[in-house]
Design a protein around this ligand. Structure first.
Ligand SMILES: Cc1cc2nc3c(=O)[nH]c(=O)nc-3n(C[C@H](O)[C@H](O)[C@H](O)COP(=O)(O)OP(=O)(O)OC[C@H]3O[C@@H](n4cnc5c(N)ncnc54)[C@H](O)[C@@H]3O)c2cc1C
Length: 496
């Protein structure tokens, strides 16, 4: 029997994971990427002696990368390494309050007690416990399996989740859930931040997002040796080793579906036949530009609100700041107003929450000696018709002024080199709708069920979906799982 052929469209983190799994299962895999590099949003810049991870900076669940090497009979440590950084994040409020959180629960409770009092620490203990329970109850079903297959629910253990529904916070927003635990507005704001981990608003996303706290403070945050981009680079090397035919600079122009069967693709004007196609491209873009008319559009899925985008300044700073760590958050004064402004696309640059990531705090070679590489990001709406040039100038002014005030130094005079990434650029480089970072937002209680399934359902054959806009959603760990779910479904179908 001849080897079956599979095309994967897009070499983002999910496309790479799917390609590896399909090649390992014995299929002949071609991976088409429109850019000259793999990794999609997970890319890297070097400028004037500074190295910047341009996309993701926070890495959780590193075992999901290890799993791909193990699946291929390799020791991950020979190919990909990472460290756990002691400090998870440093938080700064404009009223002078500060907090440093780590992956050590007792240490965190001590720090919370010191800044916010013993009662807040007791609430935080309960919060951490409940976040763990929510994570452990739902992760095997909501993340590790498809929500669109009956077999996920034909399982006696699902009953445990169903019984726990009243405790999962599905009927409250994250903000309402957090206000049940904490009186301090600063702590509510801190734990509300988890909504942004998939580009949502804490005032709309369900309280189950509390489980993200367990990812960060229970299971820990990591940094790959060589920087975040090493995740994509090491998976690219693994895919090549397995014989995946990676074709860069190869934008797929069409996905051909005849009747209800996906027959293949058009690339550079040429029609290529495949037994199956896995799309890692954003689903909005795919239905608008790639999948032929006549194929049923998933209207409810496509009507979902996109996740937030970001405006990022990559600054080479010609000195170092002892007060700062790998991850630093400088909160806005009024979080609700900030999210209202993001959703209405108005004035969101006036008092934004500022995230500063400095990988040279850990990887010294990322910046010249005595200097630092700052990745400075604010959440912004996805691109519609905004004037990003004007917004960038205003946002930059606000950020420089605030950072200068907090650090007591004129930051402007220490910016040795600069680069900017805005939503239009993110959209252009990765085809994600409006430059959304995480596909669709979870600003809806049913969002998890409305994400695109990992297979085109409704009797269609041979078309699969992975990546931030497909189940289970955006962010590096979920995209790795998405690649797994799409590949496994495809393998099951091809094996009959
Ligand atoms: C600035 C920024 C910060 C972030 N921070 C974090 C973080 O700290 N932690 C975290 O976990 N996540 C973070 N994310 C989100 C995370 O990067 C993404 O969720 C994840 O990388 C998306 O992977 P993906 O597989 O969906 O594909 P993408 O990265 O979106 O890649 C899709 C690929 O498909 C290609 N493609 C599209 N159309 C075609 C076509 N027609 N033909 C061929 N190729 C095509 C694109 O060129 C691209 O390479 C961040 C993202 C950004 C941009």
């Amino acid at each position: 029997m001849s080897q079956k052929t599979i095309a994967v469209v897009g070499a983002g983190i999910a496309g790479l994971a799917a390609s590896i799994r399909l090649a390992r299962a014995g299929y002949n895999v071609s991976l088409f990427e429109k850019n000259a590099y793999t990794g999609g949003k997970m890319t890297v810049y070097e400028q004037d002696g500074y190295r910047f991870d341009a996309g993701p900076s926070l890495f959780t669940l590193p075992h999901l990368v290890d799993d791909l090497f193990k699946l291929c009979g390799m020791n991950p440590r020979d190919h990909f390494n990472y460290i756990q950084h002691e400090t998870a994040c440093k938080y700064w409020w404009q009223n002078g309050k500060k907090l440093v959180l780590t992956a050590q629960e007792e240490e965190n409770l001590r720090a919370i007690a010191e800044e916010f009092g013993g009662e807040a620490a007791a609430s935080a203990r309960k919060y951490f416990e409940d976040a763990k329970e929510k994570y452990e109850l739902t992760e095997p079903y909501f993340l590790q399996q498809s929500l669109h297959r009956a077999k996920t629910f034909l399982n006696r253990r699902v009953l445990k989740v169903i019984r726990a529904i009243p405790r999962l916070g599905l009927f409250n927003t994250l903000n309402e859930e957090n206000e049940k635990y904490f009186n301090s507005p600063e702590l509510v704001q801190l734990f509300n931040r988890y909504a942004t981990y998939n580009g949502s608003s804490p005032y709309l996303t369900p309280g189950i997002m509390q489980m993200i706290n367990h990812l960060e403070h229970g299971l820990g945050t990591y940094l790959p040796k060589g920087g975040m981009h090493e995740i994509a680079a090491s998976l690219t090397r693994l895919a090549e080793k397995l014989g995946v035919n990676i074709q860069l600079n190869s934008p797929v122009e069409k996905v051909h579906v005849q009747g209800k069967k996906c027959e293949g693709l058009q690339v550079k004007g040429e029609t290529l036949n495949f037994d199956a196609v896995v799309l890692n491209a954003d689903v909005h873009y795919a239905y608008e530009h790639l999948i032929n008319i006549g194929v049923k559009r998933p209207k409810k899925t496509l009507a979902q609100e996109p996740s937030t985008s970001a405006l990022i300044f990559y600054w080479g700073i010609d000195r170092s700041f002892e007060q700062l760590d790998l991850h630093n958050i400088f909160f806005s004064k009024d979080y609700r107003k900030e999210f209202d402004q993001i959703r209405s696309s108005e004035d969101f640059w006036l008092d934004p929450t500022i995230y500063v990531n400095i990988s040279s705090k850990v990887e010294q070679e990322d910046a010249p000696e005595g200097c630092e590489n700052w990745f400075v990001m604010i959440n912004v709406p996805p691109n519609s018709t905004q004037d990003w040039k004007a917004i960038t100038l205003k946002a930059r002014k606000t950020i420089v002024a605030r950072m200068s005030r907090v650090l007591g130094v004129d930051i402007e005079s220490h910016i040795a080199t600069e680069r900017v990434l805005d939503p239009v650029m993110i959209e252009t480089y990765t085809s994600s709708a409006g430059g959304a970072l995480y596909g669709t937002s979870s600003n809806d209680r049913m969002a998890a069920f409305l994400r695109h399934p990992n297979k085109k359902l409704g009797g269609y054959k041979g078309l699969y979906f992975c990546g931030g806009s497909a189940h289970p959603g955006g962010g590096v760990p979920l995209c790795l799982l998405s690649g797994k779910l799409a590949a496994n479904w495809c393998i099951e179908d091809l094996n009959g």
